[in-house]
Design a protein around this ligand. Structure first.
Ligand code: XIL
Length: 340
């Protein structure tokens, strides 16, 4: 029979996949049960899914994913308490309905900041309170670093209204609600890029010195056939490991495209491309196994090529970034990752 990713990696780290509630039933569910011991909600635990309007929480879809994990003895990640995207507008409007980020009066800005941080604290204590016994790894903030923006911090509503206050409040609120056992992560993409990595490092260091409870770094790791190098992925994890932090690869997939060439390779991916993908996946996992002390888990952003966010982002196109194909059959990449 087919090998199981999580069984093959039992002595190394957890192996998981992002899922939608619909995928807790049917063929995908069967594949997940066989292959992974860890899952994360692809969308169902984002702020717009959980609290679309202030005070009205919609737990049903998130609960389905938790129930699936529990029924099958899988661990869970939470993604994500704070983000600039997929977050409802109500967070960022004052009582009069004005956008807080546009406020110019200094006193009113202070009041707005307090209100937003209060809302954040309430949101986080509610969500963490609900799932703290079920979910051990939490993305507390997602994508807050942006080297092109002032101070290297993404100019989101969160940052414009509170500075780095939202980061501090979010981690403290998560720890307060979740206790010492849940693990709290700062998650981002492009953490292999030295400029972005170092900005993230500096932020985390300052936060830790202030006593902000950060346990680890989540590296999204949306990579492609050529970039970034395996070595740069390892080097970044090494840097945070030296700071005493855990690392997790949180959204792994491998686009067939390099950004200089957006042409469609067509519905059938050529065998040599799948082979190239297998070699690169193999090389990455060889390195991760060799340095297993650097990380506690690898989460794929999906399980099979029939369902991947890359088929519409940044343009509609044929993609095949995962270890299983559209028919849910193991690809050469699966053989490369498990055949050692
Ligand atoms: C993506 C989902 O996969 C899509 O279904 C959704 O439309 C947009 O978000 N970085 C993240 C994830 O942190 O939350 C994103 O997920 C992919 C990029």
């Amino acid at each position: 029979g087919l090998l199981s990713l999580s069984a093959v990696y039992a002595d190394y780290f957890r192996m998981g996949a992002a899922i939608e509630p619909e995928q807790t039933e049917g063929r995908t569910a069967e594949l997940l049960k066989q292959q992974v011991n860890w899952i994360v909600a692809e969308n169902a635990m984002k702020p717009d899914a959980i609290e679309p309007a202030e005070g009205s929480f919609t737990w049903e879809r998130a609960d389905r994913i938790v129930a699936f994990a529990k029924a099958n003895g899988m661990g869970l990640r939470f993604h994500t308490l704070v983000w600039h995207s997929q977050t409802p507008e109500w967070f960022f409007r004052d009582e009069a309905g004005q956008a807080m980020a546009d406020e110019t009066d200094a006193k009113k800005r202070e009041t707005n900041k307090k209100l937003l941080l209060q809302r954040l604290d309430t949101y986080i204590s509610t969500v963490v309170g609900r799932y703290k016994h079920d979910i051990s790894s939490w993305d507390v903030v997602n994508e807050v670093i942006e080297p092109g923006d002032p101070e290297g911090m993404r100019a989101s509503n969160w940052y414009k209204i509170t500075g780095t206050g939202f980061i501090e409040t979010a981690f403290r609120a998560a720890r307060k609600a979740g206790g010492p056992d849940i693990k709290l992560y700062i998650n981002d993409y492009g953490t292999d890029n030295p400029v972005k990595r170092d900005r993230l490092y500096d932020l985390v260091k300052v936060m830790l010195e202030k006593g902000v409870p950060i346990d680890g770094v989540g590296h999204q790791t949306h990579i492609n056939l050529e970039y970034p190098s395996t070595q740069s992925i390892i080097e970044s994890m090494q840097k945070f490991h030296d700071l005493g932090l855990d690392n997790q690869i949180t959204e792994l997939d491998m686009s067939l495209y390099v950004y200089k060439d957006l042409s469609d390779v067509g519905a059938d991916v050529p065998g040599d491309i799948l082979q190239q993908q297998a070699e690169r996946y193999g090389e990455l996992f060889d390195a991760l196994r060799t340095r297993k002390e650097l990380l506690s888990g690898v989460m794929f952003w999906g399980i099979s090529d029939d369902h991947t966010w890359l088929s519409t982002f940044p343009v509609v196109r044929t993609e095949a970034p995962l270890l299983f194909d559209k028919q849910l059959q193991a690809k050469p990449a699966f053989q490369a990752v498990t055949g050692f």
